[in-house]
Ligand binder design. Structure first.
Ligand code: TYD
Ligand code: MG
Length: 470
Protein backbone atom coordinates (compact mmCIF):
# COMPACT_ATOMS: atom_id res chain seq x y z
CA UNK A 1 0.00 0.00 0.00
CA UNK A 2 1.33 3.40 -0.91
CA UNK A 3 2.33 5.76 1.84
CA UNK A 4 -0.24 8.14 3.27
CA UNK A 5 0.24 11.69 2.22
CA UNK A 6 0.12 14.50 4.74
CA UNK A 7 -1.55 17.73 3.78
CA UNK A 8 -2.92 20.61 5.82
CA UNK A 9 -6.55 21.66 5.54
CA UNK A 10 -8.13 24.81 6.90
CA UNK A 11 -10.70 23.91 9.51
CA UNK A 12 -12.83 26.80 8.46
CA UNK A 13 -12.82 27.10 4.69
CA UNK A 14 -11.29 23.84 3.54
CA UNK A 15 -8.27 25.39 1.85
CA UNK A 16 -5.50 22.83 1.33
CA UNK A 17 -1.79 23.39 1.69
CA UNK A 18 1.21 21.08 1.40
CA UNK A 19 2.98 22.65 4.35
CA UNK A 20 1.70 24.09 7.59
CA UNK A 21 1.04 27.82 7.67
CA UNK A 22 -0.08 29.90 10.62
CA UNK A 23 -2.62 31.88 8.65
CA UNK A 24 -4.92 30.39 6.05
CA UNK A 25 -4.09 31.97 2.70
CA UNK A 26 -7.69 31.69 1.59
CA UNK A 27 -9.87 32.90 4.45
CA UNK A 28 -7.18 34.63 6.51
CA UNK A 29 -7.93 32.79 9.76
CA UNK A 30 -5.11 32.14 12.19
CA UNK A 31 -4.27 28.71 13.48
CA UNK A 32 -6.92 26.99 11.44
CA UNK A 33 -4.69 24.67 9.40
CA UNK A 34 -5.05 21.11 10.67
CA UNK A 35 -2.90 18.19 9.70
CA UNK A 36 -4.76 15.79 7.47
CA UNK A 37 -3.52 12.37 6.49
CA UNK A 38 -5.00 11.63 3.12
CA UNK A 39 -4.81 7.91 2.53
CA UNK A 40 -3.40 7.02 -0.85
CA UNK A 41 -6.70 5.40 -1.78
CA UNK A 42 -8.67 8.25 -0.30
CA UNK A 43 -11.78 9.26 -2.18
CA UNK A 44 -11.34 12.91 -1.53
CA UNK A 45 -7.72 12.68 -2.50
CA UNK A 46 -8.08 10.66 -5.67
CA UNK A 47 -10.81 13.05 -6.70
CA UNK A 48 -8.13 15.71 -6.79
CA UNK A 49 -8.58 19.38 -7.34
CA UNK A 50 -9.12 19.16 -11.06
CA UNK A 51 -12.27 17.09 -10.59
CA UNK A 52 -13.87 19.15 -7.88
CA UNK A 53 -17.50 19.63 -8.74
CA UNK A 54 -17.66 16.36 -10.58
CA UNK A 55 -17.93 14.35 -7.40
CA UNK A 56 -19.43 10.95 -7.68
CA UNK A 57 -19.99 11.24 -11.42
CA UNK A 58 -18.88 8.41 -13.59
CA UNK A 59 -15.92 9.17 -15.74
CA UNK A 60 -16.41 8.81 -19.47
CA UNK A 61 -16.67 10.61 -22.76
CA UNK A 62 -18.44 13.97 -22.99
CA UNK A 63 -22.09 13.88 -24.05
CA UNK A 64 -23.90 16.57 -26.08
CA UNK A 65 -26.28 18.36 -23.78
CA UNK A 66 -29.27 17.65 -26.07
CA UNK A 67 -28.75 13.91 -25.56
CA UNK A 68 -28.92 14.12 -21.80
CA UNK A 69 -32.26 13.03 -20.48
CA UNK A 70 -33.29 15.35 -17.70
CA UNK A 71 -36.82 14.63 -16.61
CA UNK A 72 -37.66 16.73 -13.65
CA UNK A 73 -35.94 15.16 -10.65
CA UNK A 74 -38.21 12.64 -8.96
CA UNK A 75 -38.63 13.60 -5.32
CA UNK A 76 -39.35 11.69 -2.17
CA UNK A 77 -42.25 13.31 -0.35
CA UNK A 78 -41.09 13.70 3.25
CA UNK A 79 -44.65 14.11 4.53
CA UNK A 80 -43.74 17.46 6.03
CA UNK A 81 -44.53 20.52 3.95
CA UNK A 82 -41.95 22.74 5.65
CA UNK A 83 -39.16 20.24 5.08
CA UNK A 84 -40.29 19.52 1.52
CA UNK A 85 -40.23 23.20 0.67
CA UNK A 86 -36.79 23.80 2.17
CA UNK A 87 -35.47 20.79 0.26
CA UNK A 88 -36.84 22.32 -2.94
CA UNK A 89 -39.87 20.05 -3.34
CA UNK A 90 -38.88 16.89 -1.52
CA UNK A 91 -35.78 14.79 -1.13
CA UNK A 92 -33.92 13.88 -4.32
CA UNK A 93 -33.16 10.14 -4.49
CA UNK A 94 -29.43 9.50 -4.33
CA UNK A 95 -28.68 12.83 -2.68
CA UNK A 96 -26.59 13.56 0.38
CA UNK A 97 -28.14 16.13 2.67
CA UNK A 98 -26.52 17.62 5.73
CA UNK A 99 -28.69 18.85 8.56
CA UNK A 100 -26.68 21.08 10.86
CA UNK A 101 -27.52 22.76 14.13
CA UNK A 102 -26.40 23.33 17.68
CA UNK A 103 -26.62 20.42 20.08
CA UNK A 104 -30.09 20.13 21.60
CA UNK A 105 -31.84 22.24 19.00
CA UNK A 106 -33.95 19.30 17.78
CA UNK A 107 -32.15 17.79 14.79
CA UNK A 108 -32.65 14.19 15.90
CA UNK A 109 -36.25 14.94 16.76
CA UNK A 110 -36.98 16.46 13.36
CA UNK A 111 -35.44 13.62 11.42
CA UNK A 112 -36.87 10.87 13.60
CA UNK A 113 -40.42 12.22 13.50
CA UNK A 114 -40.15 12.62 9.75
CA UNK A 115 -38.90 9.12 9.05
CA UNK A 116 -41.44 7.59 11.44
CA UNK A 117 -44.13 8.95 9.14
CA UNK A 118 -42.58 7.75 5.90
CA UNK A 119 -44.68 4.67 5.47
CA UNK A 120 -43.87 3.50 1.99
CA UNK A 121 -40.12 3.93 2.30
CA UNK A 122 -37.58 1.69 3.95
CA UNK A 123 -35.50 3.76 6.31
CA UNK A 124 -32.36 2.88 8.23
CA UNK A 125 -31.63 5.20 11.13
CA UNK A 126 -28.02 4.91 12.22
CA UNK A 127 -27.26 6.45 15.57
CA UNK A 128 -23.82 6.84 17.01
CA UNK A 129 -25.08 9.02 19.82
CA UNK A 130 -28.02 7.33 21.43
CA UNK A 131 -28.91 3.78 22.33
CA UNK A 132 -31.72 1.95 20.56
CA UNK A 133 -33.75 2.19 23.77
CA UNK A 134 -33.35 5.96 23.91
CA UNK A 135 -34.49 6.24 20.33
CA UNK A 136 -37.49 4.05 21.03
CA UNK A 137 -38.42 6.21 24.02
CA UNK A 138 -38.15 9.29 21.87
CA UNK A 139 -40.21 7.69 19.11
CA UNK A 140 -42.90 6.96 21.70
CA UNK A 141 -43.10 10.64 22.55
CA UNK A 142 -43.50 11.71 18.97
CA UNK A 143 -47.14 11.42 18.14
CA UNK A 144 -48.06 10.57 14.56
CA UNK A 145 -48.67 13.55 12.40
CA UNK A 146 -52.25 14.84 12.15
CA UNK A 147 -51.96 14.71 8.36
CA UNK A 148 -50.94 11.09 8.48
CA UNK A 149 -53.54 9.16 6.57
CA UNK A 150 -53.22 5.96 8.51
CA UNK A 151 -54.43 7.64 11.70
CA UNK A 152 -52.45 5.23 13.81
CA UNK A 153 -52.52 5.82 17.52
CA UNK A 154 -48.95 4.79 18.18
CA UNK A 155 -46.03 5.68 15.99
CA UNK A 156 -43.80 3.07 17.47
CA UNK A 157 -45.14 0.18 15.43
CA UNK A 158 -43.25 1.73 12.54
CA UNK A 159 -40.96 -0.46 10.46
CA UNK A 160 -38.14 2.01 10.88
CA UNK A 161 -34.83 0.18 11.29
CA UNK A 162 -32.54 1.40 14.05
CA UNK A 163 -28.83 0.67 14.00
CA UNK A 164 -26.47 1.83 16.71
CA UNK A 165 -23.11 1.78 15.03
CA UNK A 166 -20.18 4.09 14.48
CA UNK A 167 -18.04 2.18 11.99
CA UNK A 168 -18.65 3.29 8.44
CA UNK A 169 -17.67 -0.13 7.07
CA UNK A 170 -20.23 -1.88 9.30
CA UNK A 171 -22.85 0.67 8.29
CA UNK A 172 -22.23 -0.19 4.63
CA UNK A 173 -22.61 -3.88 5.40
CA UNK A 174 -25.97 -3.20 7.04
CA UNK A 175 -27.10 -1.00 4.18
CA UNK A 176 -26.26 -3.79 1.72
CA UNK A 177 -28.22 -6.22 3.85
CA UNK A 178 -31.32 -4.13 4.53
CA UNK A 179 -31.46 -2.22 1.24
CA UNK A 180 -33.10 0.96 2.55
CA UNK A 181 -34.35 3.86 0.39
CA UNK A 182 -33.15 6.36 2.92
CA UNK A 183 -30.34 6.28 5.45
CA UNK A 184 -30.03 8.71 8.35
CA UNK A 185 -26.68 9.13 10.06
CA UNK A 186 -26.88 10.75 13.48
CA UNK A 187 -24.30 12.25 13.65
CA UNK A 188 -21.47 12.48 11.15
CA UNK A 189 -19.14 13.46 14.00
CA UNK A 190 -19.52 10.05 15.63
CA UNK A 191 -18.81 7.95 12.54
CA UNK A 192 -15.37 6.67 11.69
CA UNK A 193 -13.81 4.82 8.82
CA UNK A 194 -10.87 2.42 8.90
CA UNK A 195 -9.18 4.14 5.99
CA UNK A 196 -7.94 6.99 8.13
CA UNK A 197 -6.26 6.77 11.48
CA UNK A 198 -7.68 9.46 13.65
CA UNK A 199 -10.42 9.77 16.21
CA UNK A 200 -14.07 10.20 15.20
CA UNK A 201 -15.09 13.82 14.83
CA UNK A 202 -11.69 14.86 13.56
CA UNK A 203 -11.39 16.69 10.31
CA UNK A 204 -9.87 13.76 8.44
CA UNK A 205 -12.59 11.38 9.62
CA UNK A 206 -15.46 13.71 8.80
CA UNK A 207 -14.09 14.53 5.39
CA UNK A 208 -13.34 10.96 4.49
CA UNK A 209 -16.66 9.59 5.74
CA UNK A 210 -18.67 12.29 3.99
CA UNK A 211 -16.84 11.83 0.69
CA UNK A 212 -17.31 8.09 0.91
CA UNK A 213 -21.02 8.44 1.74
CA UNK A 214 -21.49 10.83 -1.18
CA UNK A 215 -20.01 8.31 -3.55
CA UNK A 216 -22.15 5.59 -2.04
CA UNK A 217 -25.33 7.67 -2.34
CA UNK A 218 -24.64 8.51 -5.98
CA UNK A 219 -23.80 5.00 -7.07
CA UNK A 220 -26.45 3.16 -5.08
CA UNK A 221 -29.31 5.65 -5.54
CA UNK A 222 -29.94 5.68 -1.80
CA UNK A 223 -30.57 9.06 -0.18
CA UNK A 224 -28.56 9.86 2.91
CA UNK A 225 -29.31 12.46 5.55
CA UNK A 226 -26.33 13.39 7.69
CA UNK A 227 -26.85 15.13 10.99
CA UNK A 228 -23.99 17.41 12.00
CA UNK A 229 -23.25 19.55 15.02
CA UNK A 230 -22.32 23.16 14.80
CA UNK A 231 -19.28 24.54 16.57
CA UNK A 232 -19.32 27.41 19.03
CA UNK A 233 -18.39 29.81 16.25
CA UNK A 234 -21.55 28.82 14.44
CA UNK A 235 -19.90 26.93 11.61
CA UNK A 236 -20.71 23.34 10.84
CA UNK A 237 -18.32 21.35 12.93
CA UNK A 238 -15.84 19.52 10.83
CA UNK A 239 -15.59 22.55 8.78
CA UNK A 240 -16.77 23.97 5.57
CA UNK A 241 -15.18 20.97 3.85
CA UNK A 242 -18.38 19.12 4.60
CA UNK A 243 -20.47 21.83 2.99
CA UNK A 244 -18.51 21.47 -0.22
CA UNK A 245 -19.05 17.72 -0.36
CA UNK A 246 -22.78 17.35 0.25
CA UNK A 247 -25.62 18.22 -2.15
CA UNK A 248 -27.62 20.28 0.28
CA UNK A 249 -27.00 21.88 3.64
CA UNK A 250 -29.96 22.60 5.90
CA UNK A 251 -29.45 24.46 9.11
CA UNK A 252 -31.73 24.14 12.08
CA UNK A 253 -31.71 27.26 14.19
CA UNK A 254 -33.58 28.56 17.13
CA UNK A 255 -33.60 30.94 19.95
CA UNK A 256 -33.36 29.49 23.41
CA UNK A 257 -36.10 31.85 24.61
CA UNK A 258 -38.59 30.78 22.03
CA UNK A 259 -39.95 27.37 21.34
CA UNK A 260 -39.83 27.73 17.65
CA UNK A 261 -37.15 26.62 15.28
CA UNK A 262 -36.20 27.74 11.83
CA UNK A 263 -35.04 25.38 9.14
CA UNK A 264 -32.98 27.19 6.57
CA UNK A 265 -31.37 25.99 3.38
CA UNK A 266 -27.79 27.21 3.07
CA UNK A 267 -26.85 25.26 0.01
CA UNK A 268 -29.01 23.24 -2.33
CA UNK A 269 -27.97 21.71 -5.60
CA UNK A 270 -31.63 20.95 -6.34
CA UNK A 271 -33.48 24.04 -5.20
CA UNK A 272 -33.51 27.55 -3.88
CA UNK A 273 -31.55 28.59 -0.82
CA UNK A 274 -33.90 31.30 0.27
CA UNK A 275 -36.51 28.98 1.75
CA UNK A 276 -37.45 28.90 5.39
CA UNK A 277 -39.32 26.29 7.33
CA UNK A 278 -40.74 27.13 10.74
CA UNK A 279 -41.50 24.67 13.52
CA UNK A 280 -42.61 24.86 17.07
CA UNK A 281 -41.03 22.51 19.62
CA UNK A 282 -43.76 20.79 21.60
CA UNK A 283 -43.52 18.09 24.24
CA UNK A 284 -44.52 15.58 21.57
CA UNK A 285 -42.25 16.71 18.77
CA UNK A 286 -41.97 19.51 16.29
CA UNK A 287 -45.12 21.03 14.90
CA UNK A 288 -45.08 22.71 11.50
CA UNK A 289 -46.00 26.35 11.64
CA UNK A 290 -47.82 27.07 8.42
CA UNK A 291 -48.81 30.62 9.27
CA UNK A 292 -45.69 32.20 10.79
CA UNK A 293 -47.16 35.71 11.03
CA UNK A 294 -49.47 34.73 13.86
CA UNK A 295 -46.56 33.43 15.83
CA UNK A 296 -44.25 36.36 15.18
CA UNK A 297 -46.56 39.17 16.22
CA UNK A 298 -47.06 39.98 19.88
CA UNK A 299 -50.73 40.41 20.68
CA UNK A 300 -50.35 43.18 23.16
CA UNK A 301 -48.43 45.99 21.52
CA UNK A 302 -51.07 48.68 21.89
CA UNK A 303 -49.47 51.95 23.01
CA UNK A 304 -45.88 50.67 22.90
CA UNK A 305 -43.36 52.83 21.14
CA UNK A 306 -40.44 51.48 19.14
CA UNK A 307 -42.43 48.78 17.36
CA UNK A 308 -43.16 48.71 13.65
CA UNK A 309 -44.64 45.83 11.67
CA UNK A 310 -43.19 45.01 8.29
CA UNK A 311 -44.30 42.60 5.65
CA UNK A 312 -41.21 40.71 4.53
CA UNK A 313 -40.76 37.81 2.15
CA UNK A 314 -38.24 35.07 2.82
CA UNK A 315 -38.30 32.40 0.16
CA UNK A 316 -41.78 32.21 -1.27
CA UNK A 317 -43.74 33.09 1.81
CA UNK A 318 -44.64 36.58 2.94
CA UNK A 319 -44.93 37.16 6.66
CA UNK A 320 -45.47 39.96 9.07
CA UNK A 321 -42.45 40.72 11.20
CA UNK A 322 -42.20 42.83 14.28
CA UNK A 323 -39.25 45.22 14.26
CA UNK A 324 -38.33 46.62 17.65
CA UNK A 325 -36.04 49.53 18.31
CA UNK A 326 -34.79 51.24 21.42
CA UNK A 327 -33.20 54.64 21.08
CA UNK A 328 -31.67 56.26 24.15
CA UNK A 329 -29.11 58.91 24.93
CA UNK A 330 -25.63 57.42 24.90
CA UNK A 331 -24.31 57.08 28.43
CA UNK A 332 -20.69 57.23 27.35
CA UNK A 333 -19.00 59.22 24.63
CA UNK A 334 -19.54 56.92 21.70
CA UNK A 335 -23.00 55.81 20.78
CA UNK A 336 -23.66 52.08 20.59
CA UNK A 337 -25.38 50.38 17.71
CA UNK A 338 -26.51 46.85 18.16
CA UNK A 339 -28.74 44.64 16.06
CA UNK A 340 -30.23 41.17 16.37
CA UNK A 341 -31.50 39.50 13.24
CA UNK A 342 -30.64 42.44 11.01
CA UNK A 343 -27.45 43.57 9.35
CA UNK A 344 -25.80 46.26 11.47
CA UNK A 345 -24.23 48.02 8.50
CA UNK A 346 -27.66 48.41 7.00
CA UNK A 347 -28.89 49.96 10.25
CA UNK A 348 -26.00 52.44 10.17
CA UNK A 349 -26.88 53.33 6.61
CA UNK A 350 -30.52 53.93 7.53
CA UNK A 351 -29.50 56.09 10.51
CA UNK A 352 -27.31 58.16 8.20
CA UNK A 353 -30.26 58.59 5.82
CA UNK A 354 -32.43 59.72 8.75
CA UNK A 355 -29.80 62.22 9.81
CA UNK A 356 -29.02 63.62 6.40
CA UNK A 357 -32.35 63.43 4.60
CA UNK A 358 -34.95 63.78 7.32
CA UNK A 359 -32.99 65.82 9.82
CA UNK A 360 -33.08 63.55 12.87
CA UNK A 361 -29.91 63.83 14.93
CA UNK A 362 -29.19 60.33 16.17
CA UNK A 363 -25.40 60.48 16.31
CA UNK A 364 -25.35 60.80 20.11
CA UNK A 365 -27.98 58.13 20.66
CA UNK A 366 -27.60 54.45 21.37
CA UNK A 367 -29.71 52.47 18.93
CA UNK A 368 -30.69 48.86 19.55
CA UNK A 369 -32.62 46.96 16.94
CA UNK A 370 -34.23 43.58 17.29
CA UNK A 371 -36.20 41.45 14.89
CA UNK A 372 -38.72 39.68 17.10
CA UNK A 373 -38.73 35.93 17.34
CA UNK A 374 -35.02 35.38 16.80
CA UNK A 375 -35.54 35.57 13.05
CA UNK A 376 -32.78 36.72 10.73
CA UNK A 377 -34.18 38.78 7.88
CA UNK A 378 -32.41 39.85 4.71
CA UNK A 379 -35.36 41.21 2.74
CA UNK A 380 -34.63 44.92 2.05
CA UNK A 381 -38.36 45.62 2.27
CA UNK A 382 -37.79 45.72 6.02
CA UNK A 383 -35.93 49.06 5.80
CA UNK A 384 -39.00 51.22 6.18
CA UNK A 385 -40.07 49.34 9.30
CA UNK A 386 -36.61 49.79 10.80
CA UNK A 387 -36.80 53.54 10.24
CA UNK A 388 -40.34 53.65 11.61
CA UNK A 389 -39.37 51.70 14.73
CA UNK A 390 -36.32 53.89 15.38
CA UNK A 391 -38.31 57.13 15.04
CA UNK A 392 -41.16 55.73 17.10
CA UNK A 393 -38.78 54.94 19.94
CA UNK A 394 -36.83 58.17 19.55
CA UNK A 395 -39.91 60.33 19.87
CA UNK A 396 -41.76 57.88 22.16
CA UNK A 397 -44.63 57.85 19.69
CA UNK A 398 -46.39 54.52 19.30
CA UNK A 399 -47.44 53.48 15.82
CA UNK A 400 -51.08 52.37 15.48
CA UNK A 401 -51.28 48.62 15.89
CA UNK A 402 -53.28 48.15 12.70
CA UNK A 403 -50.66 49.82 10.49
CA UNK A 404 -47.86 48.03 8.69
CA UNK A 405 -45.19 49.13 6.26
CA UNK A 406 -43.08 47.70 3.48
CA UNK A 407 -40.38 49.37 1.40
CA UNK A 408 -36.68 49.53 0.70
CA UNK A 409 -34.95 52.80 1.55
CA UNK A 410 -32.35 54.30 -0.78
CA UNK A 411 -29.45 56.58 0.05
CA UNK A 412 -31.26 59.74 -0.93
CA UNK A 413 -34.17 58.92 1.32
CA UNK A 414 -36.37 57.62 -1.48
CA UNK A 415 -38.60 54.60 -0.94
CA UNK A 416 -37.70 52.00 -3.52
CA UNK A 417 -40.07 49.38 -4.89
CA UNK A 418 -40.21 45.89 -3.42
CA UNK A 419 -40.86 42.52 -5.03
CA UNK A 420 -44.24 40.76 -5.07
CA UNK A 421 -46.26 43.56 -3.55
CA UNK A 422 -49.64 41.86 -4.08
CA UNK A 423 -48.62 38.94 -1.92
CA UNK A 424 -47.48 41.26 0.83
CA UNK A 425 -50.70 43.26 0.77
CA UNK A 426 -52.77 40.08 0.83
CA UNK A 427 -50.85 38.80 3.87
CA UNK A 428 -51.30 42.10 5.74
CA UNK A 429 -55.00 42.08 4.95
CA UNK A 430 -55.36 38.47 6.02
CA UNK A 431 -53.91 39.34 9.41
CA UNK A 432 -56.36 42.16 9.93
CA UNK A 433 -54.18 45.20 9.27
CA UNK A 434 -56.18 48.27 8.25
CA UNK A 435 -53.52 50.44 6.68
CA UNK A 436 -50.31 49.71 4.82
CA UNK A 437 -47.57 52.04 3.58
CA UNK A 438 -46.04 50.84 0.34
CA UNK A 439 -43.56 52.34 -2.16
CA UNK A 440 -45.31 54.60 -4.64
CA UNK A 441 -43.62 52.80 -7.54
CA UNK A 442 -45.41 49.64 -6.50
CA UNK A 443 -48.69 51.50 -6.10
CA UNK A 444 -48.98 52.25 -9.81
CA UNK A 445 -49.18 48.63 -10.83
CA UNK A 446 -51.87 47.40 -8.44
CA UNK A 447 -55.63 47.47 -8.41
CA UNK A 448 -56.38 48.99 -5.01
CA UNK A 449 -60.11 48.35 -5.30
CA UNK A 450 -59.69 44.65 -4.78
CA UNK A 451 -58.32 45.17 -1.26
CA UNK A 452 -60.19 46.14 1.89
CA UNK A 453 -56.99 47.38 3.50
CA UNK A 454 -56.17 51.07 2.95
CA UNK A 455 -53.03 51.37 0.84
CA UNK A 456 -50.92 54.49 1.23
CA UNK A 457 -48.22 55.12 -1.40
CA UNK A 458 -45.09 56.86 -0.14
CA UNK A 459 -42.26 58.31 -2.21
CA UNK A 460 -39.79 59.51 0.45
CA UNK A 461 -38.91 58.71 4.03
CA UNK A 462 -40.11 62.15 5.14
CA UNK A 463 -43.51 61.41 3.59
CA UNK A 464 -43.73 58.09 5.41
CA UNK A 465 -42.83 59.81 8.68
CA UNK A 466 -45.71 62.28 8.19
CA UNK A 467 -48.13 59.43 7.42
CA UNK A 468 -47.12 57.48 10.51
CA UNK A 469 -46.67 60.18 13.11
CA UNK A 470 -48.72 63.06 11.69
P1 TYD B 1 -32.73 16.67 19.99
O1 TYD B 1 -33.54 16.28 18.82
O2 TYD B 1 -32.13 15.58 20.80
O3 TYD B 1 -31.59 17.69 19.59
P2 TYD B 1 -30.27 17.44 18.72
O4 TYD B 1 -30.40 16.15 18.02
O5 TYD B 1 -30.26 18.63 17.80
O6 TYD B 1 -29.12 17.49 19.65
O7 TYD B 1 -33.68 17.60 20.88
C1 TYD B 1 -33.37 17.79 22.18
C2 TYD B 1 -34.32 18.76 22.86
O8 TYD B 1 -35.61 18.75 22.38
C3 TYD B 1 -34.37 18.40 24.30
O9 TYD B 1 -34.00 19.55 25.02
C4 TYD B 1 -35.77 18.00 24.56
C5 TYD B 1 -36.53 18.62 23.45
N1 TYD B 1 -37.70 17.84 23.02
C6 TYD B 1 -38.96 18.38 23.14
O10 TYD B 1 -39.15 19.49 23.64
N2 TYD B 1 -40.05 17.66 22.68
C7 TYD B 1 -39.89 16.43 22.13
O11 TYD B 1 -40.89 15.83 21.72
C8 TYD B 1 -38.57 15.89 22.02
C9 TYD B 1 -38.37 14.52 21.42
C10 TYD B 1 -37.52 16.62 22.46
MG1 MG C 1 -29.26 14.45 18.39
Amino acid sequence: MAKDKTIFVCDYCGQESLKWVGKCPSCGRWNSMKEFKAPSNSLSHSKGKTYSGAQGREEGAPVPVRDIVADSEPRINMGDSELNRVLGGGLVPGSLVLLGGEPGIGKSTLVLQTVLRLEDKRVLYVSGEESARQIKLRADRLKPHPQSLSGREESTDSDLLILTETSLEHIYTQIEETKPDLVVIDSIQTIQTETVESSPGSLSQIRECAASLLKYAKSGGVSIILIGHITKEGTLAGPKVLEHIVDAVLQFEGDQHYMYRILRSIKNRFGSTSELGIYEMKHDGLRQVSNPSELLLTDDREGLSGIAIACAIEGVRPFMIETQALVSTAAYGTAQRSTTGYESRRLNMLLAVLEKRVGFKLATKDVFLNIAGGLRVTDPALDLAVIAAVLSSNGDMPIDTDVCVTGEVGLSGEIRPVSRIEQRIAEAQKLGFQRMLIPSHNFKGIDTKQYKIEIVPVRRVAEAVRELFG
